[in-house]
Structure formats: C-alpha cells, structure tokens
Write a protein that binds this ligand. Structure first.
Ligand code: PNS
Length: 176
C-alpha cells in the first residue's frame, strides 16, 4: 500500500506545546510526517531557521516517522517535491478557521490532489500561539507550560538584557 506522507508547514517561532501536541497526533495517523519550517526572509524572527530546526529535531527525536525540513516558495510546490499527499494544520478556535479555510482552499485550487487535514490540539493548548509566547516572554511573563522546557530556556536566552534584569527583579520581589 502507498505510504501517506504529510507535511506540517509553519513558522514555529518558537515551537510550542501546541505544535508538539499536533505533531504527536499527526505522527499517529500518517505514515510519515515532515515538519516544514517556512524560510521567510521578510519577517524578523526571534529564532533563526537553523535554531528552530535544531529545537524541533531535538523535540521530535523519539518519533521515528517525523522529520524536520525547511522550505521557501509555495507550500503546494514543496509538498509535491517531497511527494506528500496531505497538509496538516491545527485549528485551535473558531478564530483560526477563516484563515485556515482560505489557505486550504487556495492550496486546493493550486494543487487539487493535495488534501488539508485539520486537527485540534489538546484543549489546554487552545490559546497558545508562538506570537503570544514571544510577547509574554518579552514583557516578563512566564511561558512555563506553554512551550517545552528547552524552548523556554532558549527564549529566555534571547531576551533583551534589560528585560532579563526586570524579570530577575520581579521574580526576586515575588519571593520576598
Ligand atoms: O505558522 P504559520 O505562520 O501560521 O504558517 C503559515 C504557512 C507557512 C503555512 C503559510 O504562510 C504558507 O503556506 N506559506 C508558504 C507560501 C504559500 O504557499 N502561500 C500560499 C498559501 S495559501
């Protein structure tokens, strides 16, 4: 029987527990799952593509059918190159639906045989996004439980020294 290969495209800046939850679910239903990081030179990312790749590689090393790759250009073209027949995307809340539907239908217009498969992450991650994780961390809030511990550490390492000092003061004040 033909192997079903799926790609899970995204920015993953940084990878969150929601992404990992979806990777696990995807690895259970597809023969092969390729997590594909978009190389987008227009954005000013928190982590370089190489850093995101190495974090995701470490986080998924126990899944034998999951691999990490990077791509640019159209998702449908990348999918064709790696012979994927499905695109995996997560839907957290109704607010995600419109954007995801638009993308899925555009991808279908471009590549009619490529199916988009939506999966829901566990409900405890339904409000977690990379954008909010970056924002909360920059403003000194805790991101524990939202991202894996290794990512939390790496995010902390990226923060502006002034933010780090403020965070250290806040946690010291909290201990008093
Ligand atoms: O994590 P994100 O930022 O929500 O992922 C968005 C992503 C990478 C899936 C989307 O921007 C994408 O597919 N970009 C590649 C360019 C492309 O194919 N654009 C047309 C999509 S309809």
């Amino acid at each position: 029987m033909k192997k079903v290969i799926a790609i899970y495209p995204g920015s993953f800046d940084p990878p969150t527990n929601g992404h990992l939850d979806l990777i696990e679910r995807g690895s259970n239903i597809f023969d092969e799952l390729i997590v594909a990081i978009l190389r987008n030179p227009e954005k000013a990312p928190l982590f370089s593509v190489g850093e995101r790749r190495s974090m995701l590689e470490a986080l998924t090393e126990n899944y034998k059918n999951v691999s990490i790759d990077t791509f640019d250009g159209l998702t449908v073209e990348y999918a064709a190159r790696v012979e994927a027949s499905a695109v995996l995307r997560g839907i957290r809340a109704l607010s995600d639906y419109e954007y995801e539907l638009q993308m899925a239908l555009m991808n279908r217009k471009l590549a009619p045989n490529l199916e988009t498969v939506f999966m829901m992450p566990a409900e405890q991650y339904s409000y977690v996004s990379s954008r909010l994780v970056r924002e909360v961390a920059q403003l000194g809030g805790s991101i524990a439980g939202l991202v894996p511990a290794v990512v939390e550490e790496r995010v902390r390492g990226k923060l502006d020294p002034a933010v780090k000092l403020q965070n250290a003061r806040q946690s010291k004040a909290g201990k008093r």
